[in-house]
Every structure is written in structure tokens, then in C-alpha cells.
Design a binder for this molecule. Structure first.
Ligand SMILES: Cc1cc2nc3c(=O)[nH]c(=O)nc-3n(C[C@H](O)[C@H](O)[C@H](O)COP(=O)(O)OP(=O)(O)OC[C@H]3O[C@@H](n4cnc5c(N)ncnc54)[C@H](O)[C@@H]3O)c2cc1C
Length: 370
């Protein structure tokens, strides 16, 4: 089949790769030249975990992604995933704790639960409050988003995919059984179209009465302190429920820099109009969380950037065919937690485009929102 694809971020580049591996003729487009810092898939690192506080239905999807990363690493000849384990801190009822346990039990995913005192004994640099408990996911770790997108696009191209970078899709229309798209450079026709344009999916879904909310978040890097080495070999990724945002993630140091990512509590924007400057208060808030939970671990502020979440109305993924034009497939699997699943989400979009029956995307069907 000839598959047209708009959007080569985390999800679209995975779809391009999986389609090309299946021998389909892929013609793909991106507004920029991925990997790039304008959407949702930049900032050096992403957390992955086997447990999924989002819901037990996500565990098989992330397990499929875990199965695909080594294959991609072989093609790329570089490491794209580092296992560090992951410790989540929060009140016992918080979804970081209760949701993670609920997701693990039905899938027999290993985990440990720790009291605040046990957390302090195991990781002396961590100072949970007495109201907090710990949840340890030994399978968690760090993914490298830019390296993964580069590797997926290189593999797709090596298998014959045509990649049109810096060429945004301006419009599409169903054309009999197939579909036609238009860009500033031309008109292209194919059997199927996959739309995975991240924060730019807002317009596409609005046309179907589904409101996506684009959220501006910030990432911050601070210097690792020589007196407190904070390396992936000995340091788990950390996610803490806090009052400032919904949660804050702290990554072990990469190249001497410790990254902090705020999760939630951002302002709603559009991809076209987002303010990409960083406000001093945002750096101060990130440092305040570090000073509270990991005192003395970080040094000087090094850099910061903005990044975009694309939130669906119920916070769950959208992976489905267009309700009127089934030859068009729509993907919005973000909500601020989508990267870890992206290899499998991309594969799910590829299957929706090429297979007549796809049963296991039911939790992420559009009809629940229409
Ligand atoms: C601050 C932050 C921290 C995060 N942390 C984590 C984490 O730790 N773990 C995790 O699993 N997830 C995390 N996420 C979420 C994850 O990064 C996203 O879910 C994922 O990157 C979304 O990928 P995407 O392909 O949907 O979007 P994008 O990567 O933005 O891709 C969309 C692509 O579509 C292109 N495009 C747009 N319009 C057009 C057009 N008209 N024609 C052609 N192309 C077009 C864009 O240029 C872009 O390349 C985080 C997100 C943010 C913002």
C-alpha cells in the first residue's frame, strides 16, 4: 500500500518505521526537520516505566514498546534506552502510587512499595515527607527522544520511505477509496493517510467536535555537583507528586546536567502562538521542588526550554480511524506521557491504516469522545 503520513515526531516517525518494515510505500511529511524543539519530542530524555498509573490497559502497550527499542538500537548502533529503575513519591492514595499498583497487579509486573523511612534509607539524598510513601518500578528508565526519532527516520528511509521535511501538509481530502493531500510544493495521492501532528492535531479533532488542549510546560537543567554524583548507574528516575504542579520528574545526570520536568499545571496555548521564553519564576519553582525533596543535589541553573503537551478531553490516547473517512487514521497519544509508548502507538497507527480488523485499540477509540 502507499501510505501518506503527516507528522514525523515521536509517534509519526515510529509509524513510518513500522510501515516501512512491513514493506509499505511510505511518503511522509513534517512541518520542520525532526528531531526539532518546536513540538513535544525534545529535551534529551524521557521517562519510561513498565507500570502505568494511567491505567492497566497501557501496560501491554508499553511492554510492546520495550520489545521494539532493542530492535531499533540494533539498526541505529547506539543505546536509546538506559534502565535505572524508577521511584515514585506521593501520598498512598495518589495515582503515582495507587494507580501504579493497580496497573502492575493484573500483569504481574514486579514492583516494591516503601515507607518514607525505607525510601530515606535506600536513597539518602531523597527526603520524602512523612505523608508520602514510595513505589519502586525496577523496569523504569530513560529513553533518548531525539536519538530515537533520528533512528526511526533513518531506518524508514533505508527501507525506501520518502521523507518530505520542512513541508507541512496544508490540506487533505478523501478521494474515492484513497486520499489526496496538498502541500506548498505539490499534491500527493495515496491509499491511506495517517495524521500524527501532535499539538497541531487540535484543528483536525476540533472539526470532529473533539477539543484537544495544548499545554505549555517547561524543562530545566541544573549542574550536577562533584560532591554528589547523580549518575544513571546508581540513581533511579524520580517522579514526585507535589503541590506546585501535579508532579515533578527528576532525571539522573546526563553529561553533568540534572533535568527537571514539570508535569501539569501549565497554561493552555496553541502550537502557533505559544510563548517559548522562560520566566524566572519557572526556574525558581523547579529549584524549590529540588531543594525540598533532593536538597544539595543540584548546583547552578544551566538552561531551560518549553515543550508542549496535547491533552485529550479525558486524558486518554486517541488511536483510531476517521469516523467518516476510514482511509484516514488519527493519532493523538500524548497527554504528557506518550513518549514511552510511541514505538507501539506508531505501530498501532500503522496497523489501523493497513489491516482491516484491529481489535486492541478499543480503549483509545474516538467514539468515546463523540
Ligand atoms: C515537558 C514534557 C515532558 C514529557 N515527559 C515525558 C516522559 O518523561 N515520558 C513520556 O513517556 N512522555 C513524556 N512527554 C510526552 C511525550 O514527549 C509526547 O507524548 C510525545 O513526544 C508526543 O509525540 P507526537 O508525535 O504526538 O508529537 P510531536 O513530536 O510534536 O510530533 C508532531 C509532528 O507533527 C509535525 N507537524 C505539525 N503539523 C504538521 C503538518 N501540517 N504537516 C506535517 N507535519 C506536521 C510537527 O512538526 C511535529 O514534528 C513529555 C512531554 C513534554 C512536553
Amino acid at each position: 500500500m502507499k501510505i501518506l503520513l503527516a507528522g514525523l515526531g515521536a509517534v509519526g516517525s515510529a509509524a513510518a518505521w513500522r510501515l516501512a518494515e512491513l514493506g509499505h510505500h511510505v511518503v511522509a511529511f513534517d512541518r520542520f526537520a525532526p528531531p526539532h524543539p518546536n513540538g513535544s519530542t525534545h529535551g534529551d530524555s524521557r521517562i519510561t516505566r513498565v507500570t502505568a498509573w494511567e491505567g492497566p490497559e497501557y501496560v501491554p502497550l508499553v511492554q510492546r514498546a520495550f520489545a521494539l527499542w532493542p530492535e531499533l538500537e540494533r539498526h541505529a548502533g547506539e543505546r536509546l534506552f538506559v534502565r535505572t529503575g524508577g521511584v515514585f513519591l506521593g501520598p498512598p492514595s495518589d495515582r503515582l502510587i495507587a494507580g501504579s499498583r493497580t496497573s502492575a497487579l493484573p500483569h504481574a509486573v514486579p514492583f516494591e512499595e516503601l515507607s518514607a523511612a525505607a525510601v530515606r534509607d535506600r536513597w539518602p539524598w531523597l527526603t520524602p515527607s512523612t505523608q508520602q510513601v514510595g513505589f519502586f518500578d525496577p523496569g523504569a528508565g530513560i529513553l533518548f527522544p531525539e536519538g530515537i526519532v533520528r533512528a526511526e527516520l533513518a531506518r524508514a528511509r533505508a527501507l525506501g520511505a520518502e521523507l518530505h521535511l520542512d513541508e507541512p501538509v496544508a490540506a487533505w481530502r478523501a478521494d474515492g477509496e484513497g486520499v489526496e493531500i496538498r502541500t506548498a510544493k505539490g499534491t500527493y495521492r495515496g491509499d491511506r493517510l495517517i495524521l500524527a501532528t501532535g499539538a497541531w492535531m487540535q484543528h483536525e479533532l476540533a472539526a470532529l467536535g473533539v477539543e484537544l488542549k495544548v499545554e505549555r510546560l517547561t524543562l530545566h537543567w541544573f549542574a550536577e555537583q562533584p560532591a554528589h554524583p547523580f549518575r544513571p548507574e546508581t540513581t533511579p528516575i524520580l517522579v514526585m507528586a507535589d503541590e506546585v504542579t501535579h508532579a515533578t520528574a527528576v532525571f539522573p545526570a546526563l553529561d553533568g546536567a540534572i533535568k527537571v520536568a514539570t508535569h501539569g499545571g501549565g497554561e493552555f496555548v496553541t502550537a502557533e502562538t505559544v510563548d517559548r521564553s522562560i520566566r524566572p519564576q519557572e526556574i525558581a519553582s523547579a529549584r524549590a521542588v529540588l531543594d525540598r525533596f533532593t536538597p544539595g543535589i543540584v548546583g547552578a541553573h544551566l538552561r531551560s526550554t518549553t515543550c508542549l503537551y496535547t491533552n485529550t478531553p479525558d486524558g486518554q490516547f486517541i488511536l483510531d480511524r476517521h469516523p467518516v473517512h476510514p482511509q484516514v487514521v488519527l493519532g493523538s497519544p500524548c497527554n504528557g506521557f506518550g513518549f514511552k509508548f510511541s514505538a507501539a502507538s506508531g505501530e498501532a497507527l500503522a496497523r489501523l491504516a493497513t489491516e482491516s480488523q484491529v481489535a486492541d485499540n478499543a480503549p483509545w477509540g474516538l467514539n468515546r469522545l463523540m
